[in-house]
Ligand binder design. Structure first.
Ligand SMILES: N[C@@H](CCC(=O)N[C@@H](CS)C(=O)NCC(=O)O)C(=O)O
Length: 219
């Protein structure tokens, strides 16, 4: 049975999993979520009550959480691009950076977007300030940490870059990096130029009018 990925092209975590599939040209069926495909939403909810996506089906295996999906693909559908280093010591900083991008870039970015989706009167101004402070702090750390590196963990494109690409793509929309973060900006440009992620951006382009804060006229 072929691989099936449930997700939506405009979803940041779906993009993260798609990057892994596109990097290695792994064949799969995309199970689009949305009102036109209620059967896909129903199956997602049946397999994962939290209803979060992406979700991968591989035969008997159901895998959710984008990082776990990428680990699963690396273990059972390996290709020429090794997103998880085989060397255990080299894999630690890759997994650490993956957690950093998810928790301290994607998380606060989603909190700001999520707040904009709330009805007037249920907004959390304090939470948004906290999210923006986290982003400022992590931007400064990343700007220093990534100096001299082509990709997040060094010369090779890895899981950490798959996490970074959608996180930094949207984070710079909701809370721009600022004029002096030249290393971080250059890294984001490299990510946007990576063919696997450039494809994700193009596939998501038709959905930009849905962005609650208004998508900027760039990228
Ligand atoms: N920790 C999850 C996060 C997944 C996530 O938050 N996905 C969003 C789309 S980008 C989602 O499912 N949103 C719908 C919802 O929360 O109900 C992962 O790594 O896959």
């Amino acid at each position: 049975m072929s691989l099936q990925l449930f997700g939506h092209p405009f979803s940041s975590y779906t993009m993260k999993a798609l990057i892994a599939l596109y990097e290695n040209g792994t064949p799969f069926e995309f199970r689009m979520l949305g009102p036109d495909h209620p059967e896909n939403g129903a199956e997602l909810a049946r397999r994962w009550p939290l209803g979060k996506f992406p979700l991968l089906i591989d035969g008997d295996a159901t895998v959710f959480e984008a990082s776990a999906i990428i680990e699963h693909l690396a273990a059972f559908h390996p290709g020429p691009v090794k997103l998880i280093p085989a060397d255990a010591k080299a894999a630690v900083p890759v997994r650490m950076l993956d957690r950093i991008f998810d928790n301290y870039v994607m998380g606060p970015m989603q909190a700001i977007v999520g707040d904009a989706l709330r009805p007037e009167g249920s907004r959390d101004a304090h939470g948004v300030v906290q999210a923006r402070t986290t982003l400022d702090t992590i931007y400064a750390w990343l700007d220093q940490t990534l100096a001299g590196r082509r990709w997040a963990a060094g010369d090779a494109f890895t899981l950490a870059d798959a996490a970074a690409a959608p996180a930094l793509f949207y984070a710079d929309w909701v809370h721009p990096f600022g004029a002096d973060r030249s290393t971080l900006k250059a890294y984001r440009v490299r990510l946007l130029g990576r063919p696997s992620f450039a494809r994700c951006i193009d596939e998501a382009r038709p959905y930009r009018p849905l962005f609650p804060l208004g998508a900027p006229d760039r990228d």
